[in-house]
Design a binder for this molecule. Structure first.
Ligand code: SF4
Ligand code: SF4
Length: 410
């Protein structure tokens, strides 16, 4: 007799259908093995917007009684597997609620698994992942994190590759035969069965000893008590914010807007802007158009994207009139939220080299699709270059065949 819980941590809009399909596939595979289960999401509305991290859950039990017992909880307090469908979620997740930043492995049971879709090696993932007090395992499904948009499902087999990996790392939860039977029923696609089987054979795992990983404490805050709240509904306006000091000249100037201390937003980001201050013409467009007031105005009239509050939308890159002045770069290429302008002020030559190195990571990711047929174009490009496919080295003409089966959905 046993109950297993799995959480899928994903970014809203871009990965909602992916998370739903994974949880549905887990339950279906379990049912094929004579078990029972249920899949559900934590939220149905706001966190699904704008890439805010959200969660889906799958609970699998041997009996109805055990399932009912676990469903008496709002959501699982501990899980056997935490699935991060994007490696940058390993930096921690801040949902649309008063939680602060939560480590990706916060709910992972002792000896449990954090299963990540990534092209990074274990060492790089561990640098991002907060240290835990007990041992757990990291598992890697090798491939680029899968993103699509609200209306298109990017059927790059990430869903079934994760199901195959689960069957390998947690055979008491799912068997590969159960996974294959579920895929045949749900997707009626033998290519997806093959992808699940390959992932079952190739998933890599690493035992992570206690205390290994990012040693920093994620930001948190005290929730106000009910008697500390003001009467009625009051939404305070944003304070003007302070000026700040030029680290080189000591001059005071510029402006740093006050920001929400409880919801910082940076875990929403899969990409971040890198600014080339040497080519900036101070046109103000990035500052004006940023939907989250992220830009600090520096004492020398430049615009420094504040990495604590940037959600990675890419608007600043789109509006900047200077070629390559702002470049959106894969978030996994960074380990902190330090000011780029301060780095530039400290040493402009070093900064130039840093920008050159970072923007190499530009092609690794994008948000959804911006025009009809972009997915088909991406697949052709991947085949032509041999990079960026769902299985890294596994780019084949077969993937092109499957594009025709990419499904539209909400
Ligand atoms: S990507 Fe640019 S426009 Fe978007 S939130 Fe970040 S700084 Fe603002
Ligand atoms: S949009 Fe580009 S050129 Fe204009 S201020 Fe921002 S970084 Fe500088």
């Amino acid at each position: 007799m046993a109950t297993h819980a799995v959480e899928v941590v994903y970014r809203g809009i871009f990965q909602k259908n992916l998370a739903k399909n994974i949880c549905r596939g887990i339950v279906l595979a379990a049912v094929k093995q004579g078990k029972t289960g249920i899949a559900f999401g934590r939220y149905g509305d706001s966190p699904e917007r704008n890439g805010v991290p959200a969660k889906n859950f799958a609970i699998v039990a041997d009996t109805e009684e055990e399932l009912q017992a676990s469903m008496a909880l709002y959501e699982p307090k501990a899980v056997d597997i935490s699935i991060a469908v994007d490696d940058t979620l390993c930096k921690g997740v801040e949902s649309w609620a008063w939680y602060g930043l939560q480590p990706i492995n916060r709910l992972t049971k002792p000896g449990g698994y954090v299963l990540v879709t990534t092209m990074l090696p274990f060492d790089d993932l561990l640098k991002m992942t907060h240290a835990k007090e007990h041992e757990y395992h990291l598992a890697i499904v090798q491939g680029l994190p899968s993103f699509s948009g609200l209306w298109v499902y990017k059927d790059d087999h990430t869903d079934v590759r994760i199901l195959g990996a689960i069957a390998r790392i947690k055979p008491d939860l799912l068997s590969i035969e159960g996974v294959e039977a579920a895929i045949r029923q749900e997707w009626k696609n033998e290519h997806k069965v093959i992808s699940a089987r390959k992932s079952y054979e190739r998933v890599q795992t690493l035992a992570v000893p206690p205390g290994t990983g990012d040693p920093t404490t994620p930001f948190e805050f005290e929730l106000p008590q009910w008697w500390q709240k003001r009467e009625g509904l009051a939404i305070p306006s944003i304070a003007a914010g302070p000026r700040f000091q030029d680290p080189e000249t000591g001059a005071v100037g510029g402006w740093r807007p006050e920001r929400n201390p409880y919801f910082k937003k940076f875990s929403t980001r899969t990409m971040r802007p890198v600014v080339d201050f040497d080519t900036c013409i101070k046109c103000t467009l990035c500052w004006l158009q940023c939907p989250d007031s992220c830009f600090d105005v520096t004492p020398d009239g430049l615009y420094d994207a504040n990495m604590d509050s940037c959600c990675g939308c890419g608007v600043c890159e789109a509006v900047c009139p200077v070629d390559d002045c702002i470049t959106m770069v894969n978030e996994s290429a960074f380990t902190d939220n330090a000011s780029q302008w301060e780095m530039w002020k400290a040493n402009k030559e070093t900064y130039k080299g840093w920008v050159k190195e970072k923007i190499q990571h530009k092609p690794d990711r994008s948000h959804g699709f911006r025009f009809r047929g972009q997915y088909e174009q991406q697949i052709k490009d991947m085949v032509a270059t041999g990079i960026g496919g769902p299985g890294g080295e596994e780019i084949t003409e077969r993937v092109i065949t499957d594009v025709g089966e990419a499904s539209a959905g909400g």
